[in-house]
Write a protein that binds this ligand. Sequence first.
Ligand code: B12
Ligand code: SF4
Length: 620
Amino acid sequence: MTQDRLLLCAVFGPYGVQDAYGEELGCQMELLDNQITRQQGIHSPRQSYWSFGLYMMAENVSVETTVLDFPTWEAFTAELAKGYTHVGISFIVPNVLKAKRMAEHIRAHHPETKIILGGYGTIIPDLDQIVPHDELCAGEGVRWLREYFGDDVDAPLCHPVLTGPASQSIYGFETQPKGGILLPGLGCENGCSFCVTSHKFQKRYLPLLETGRDVFAACRKAEDHDRTTGFSVMDENFLKQPRRARELLAEMETHGKPYVFDLFSSAETIQELGTDFLVRLGVHLVWIGVESKSNKHSKVQGIDVKALIGELQDKGIVVQASSILFQDHHDPQTIQEDIDWVIDLDANLTQFMNYTPYPSTGLYQQLAREGRLKKVHYRHLHGQGQLAFEHPHFPEPHDHVEILRQAFKRKYEADGPSVLNMAITAIRGYQRARREHQERQRLAQIWNPETLRYETAACPQPDRFMELRLRKMRKITLNIRPILEAAAVYAPNAAARAKARKTMALFNRVLGKPSLKDRARSLTLVATGALEAARLSWHQARGHESIPRQPPSKRVSYPLDLSLKAREPARQADPWATGWTAERVELPKLEPGLDVRGLPATESQNGTGDHPPLDQRHAY
Ligand code: B12
Ligand code: SF4
């Protein structure tokens, strides 16, 4: 009997290139330049992200597995020639033609190989007619693969150590990615009608890391492995599980580890936990779906979104506000009012997306009932192009693309480069956190983990954890400082230039004059920025909106792991089962403020500067 060999693959590149298989606009393998800092020219940081789910699956199945991330077509076909019994292709809806080409090639050249499809592309209703396959995993992949290969479905989950982004550059200067990635769970209970991540998981939340201790163990493992202390959290609504978040903070305090997180959370969960909790937890960036000023979604009802964003940013938390254009209530006037409203929220970062009816969502069903779904190919369902439904006020596809593009442009012209706004939030937040900490120490106030408030204590103690947090915040402000000169030199208008110069003065007041090293870094960014500007003009003259960039490829092998094999016949995997035990890293109990060795924790012992300053993610 041949031993099973599994190849887990992302779709092949190039990405964000208009060809027979993919789109240019809206389909870059990048978050910021694609849909957040779009239209910001060289101020737009460039970052691409690995296909995290592949590594999670490979690490947790018994079968010998290879992950091929971002392969070229040639690398993919060459890899197949090495002989695999199974190939798993992970794809999203707009990449369906890439999955099709890959599957057809396997059928033609390796007919004995079984094809397994997984990921968000599996929601396509007529997938059977488009992509040849043997198996389809419509839900969570680890359990599915374990059941398929006869593994122990309930074996503890091993969280992989993932570093990201895959690549990053700012003002044309490439830096080494050092952030970590956490995958705490899939789906969201809120069930907003347009939201595919919620509907794909039946409007339920499927935890992969169930407790705060599990999340902390995953962080600790990453830190032990490569000194990572800043994490991007791939979970649609991380704070929606408040018990887990509270436990995570408690673990960090116990072990004196002020980790830093970029995460997604809905407004009502943030409101419930309070901004002081977020600061203490180490939230560096939060992605909030604000959607529209006349939003009916319960997550924003009764919440003063502008005030909430203002408060978060004042306390040093970068806010990425995401909004949706071409909703049913939009007409040529109200859509502009909504764009004005979003810009007026003054969030550091803003995503504009076109209303997109993905199969499986409530929105899709509603439009199907009303007979308004248009025959737009799946490859166009990426949210930055034409609408896939009849809109009573916007019949022209050209308007869908253009109004969206103009929204990004207006935000940029009104507020200047997003990186500059992030720097302002970082320095003001650090200044305020330091001041408030001193004030609390003076008033003998301490953090109450029950009420999530600072309260006057009978026997006050120094807040050592907040001291560590402040050092981390300071480090983040120092990391972002070198962008200020380039932001000023290449500012889009006088207002943005003045803002950049004022910010430099504020940095000087709070942190002192920049070191020689920092000055050198600033000048380097100005120089690489000039080259980047030239490259951008060259590409724009050829009709591109931005400089097309490709992520690096990666190939990782995972050996056969018989310890994961089921001792009893495999039972049916319940894709919605919860209560998954994550692999535990045994942690010694420590005094607050002490490091693993029981010594007073210092900045360097706790890892410094690992968190990339421009490390933001997206949610929808
Ligand atoms: C990180 C991310 C990205 C990264 C790239 C990641 C990558 N390498 O592909 C960036 C920022 C570049 C990106 C870009 C885009 N993205 Co994106 N992205 C995400 C995000 C936030 C997290 C993905 C993730 O890692 N999740 C965690 C892992 C563990 O989950 P997972 O990938 O789903 O994998 C699990 C299961 O689905 C299943 N599974 C998945 N694949 C397979 C394969 C097999 C064989 C099996 C058995 C199981 C299986 O098992 C896995 C383990 O549990 C998701 C939203 C989300 N929360 O999932 C959107 C999401 C996947 N992106 C989406 C979209 C639309 C895009 C863009 C078109 C831009 C846009 N409009 O947002 C571009 C397209 C880029 C391109 N050219 O392909 C949509 C997909 C919608 C759809 N129905 O297809 C999502 C769902 C967001 C949304 N709600 O709209 N994205
Ligand atoms: S849009 Fe956000 S809050 Fe709403 S269901 Fe999706 S993830 Fe949850």
